[in-house]
Design a protein around this ligand. Sequence first.
Ligand SMILES: Nc1nc2c(ncn2[C@@H]2O[C@H](COP(=O)(O)OP(=O)(O)OP(=O)(O)O)[C@@H](O)[C@H]2O)c(=O)[nH]1
Ligand SMILES: [Mg+2]
Length: 444
Amino acid sequence: MTYVVGIVAVILVILLIVFIAKKSGSKSAASETKSFEKGRSDSDREALEKKTPEKELVVDETKGPEDERDVESILPEKCTAEESAFEGPDAAEEEIYEQEETSEEEEIVEIAPEGVRLDETAEQTAVLNLKKARRERKLQKLRQGLSKTRGGLISKISALFKGTKEIDADLLDKLEEALITSDVGAGTTEWLLNLVREALDKEELKDPKAVWGLLKDEIRHALSIKASPYDFSSDKPFVIMVVGVNGAGKTTTIGKLASQFSQDGYKIVLAAADTFRAAAVNQLEIWGRRTNSEVVKPAKEGADPSSVVFDAVKTAKETGADIVIADTAGRLHTQAPLMEELKKINRVLGKAHDTAPHEILLVLDATNGQNALQQVKEFGDALDISGIALTKLDGTAKGGVIIGICHEYKIPVRYIGIGEAKDSLRQFDVEDFVDALFVQEDEA
Ligand SMILES: Nc1nc2c(ncn2[C@@H]2O[C@H](COP(=O)(O)OP(=O)(O)OP(=O)(O)O)[C@@H](O)[C@H]2O)c(=O)[nH]1
Ligand SMILES: [Mg+2]
């Protein structure tokens, strides 16, 4: 009997040991998983998130395209497989975008010695000085952004006038060459040459420096096209339709505008009317997240963009949003069906809201030089372009095209892009612009 009890006791002890061993094993496996999760870097997590397939665009048949189109035949040239795989900005892009000046408060803290509180007058003076310093930094960035154009066009012309004692046929030839090769356009070149010829006829303007001074004044005048500022309060929602060729910088410009407007306290709806690629919608959604803006998406890839803008205006009315900005697919003026599509978007916006669109903003890539001038003409034939955003001035010596645009088409340049960071889209200010353009030779 004792023998049997002994055996049962031994079995029980063995079972107990096996049970305890199993439990601790599973516990350590769980804690391993946990510590793995904890130790996983942000980039690992991002990589995992990226692998998760994007949510498919929901097909809403009731809101399908009004007119069935052969989408393939009118796809923009730039729509490549690589673009369709767009998964959002990488870390480097995010860093560039986030580059921003330090806030006023941070700067005041920096200038006051530790533990010292500034009295009211000292603080006011400090704020004033900081505002000045901040403005100077902004101008400095603008000068940097325009440095290639300044080096390409302005230095060439000013050197011509400074390097000679009298204006002769040879100087006129060189001036013509400098203007033509700097992409200001044939019409503008002719206009500036005529100004010099007329100046020569006037006795008092024989001095080359004085003639160059006159040219600068005329350029400043040509760039000073009056444009009333956007009035977001009088007629809600204020609708901006954004158009341009492939890759001009439309979506980025929209994102930067949304960023500025939302910082000013406005509620924004973005219309993802570039419906050809899911990637284009994704790109706008990222901007929507960054700027706290609602994004109205197409019912399906290839859907009629007009229905998207219509829905966006409707959404803005329902939610009391102040501004609607409509992205559109990049297109070449030679693609007639696509230009017709833009006209339709324009018409539908008018149906959605009587006074819309309040602005048709043509985005031009300054690196396109004279082609940009052609784009103003072609888009202008299809639509009543009311404003221009000239992007990528930082990357080109062809920025002189802005003179041609203003002189030939009298359309105001609303914004200029001088980089990729979010504060690199600047409201165009003619005085700052001209100062930045002529700074070196004025200082010389
Ligand atoms: N350096 C520089 N790059 C810019 C500027 N504006 C836009 N870009 C870049 O230009 C590229 C194209 O910009 P997008 O906004 O995608 O152009 P898009 O017109 O929407 O292009 P599609 O939708 O394909 O027609 C992006 O890499 C932008 O970061 C600028 O002012 N300076
Ligand atoms: Mg785009």
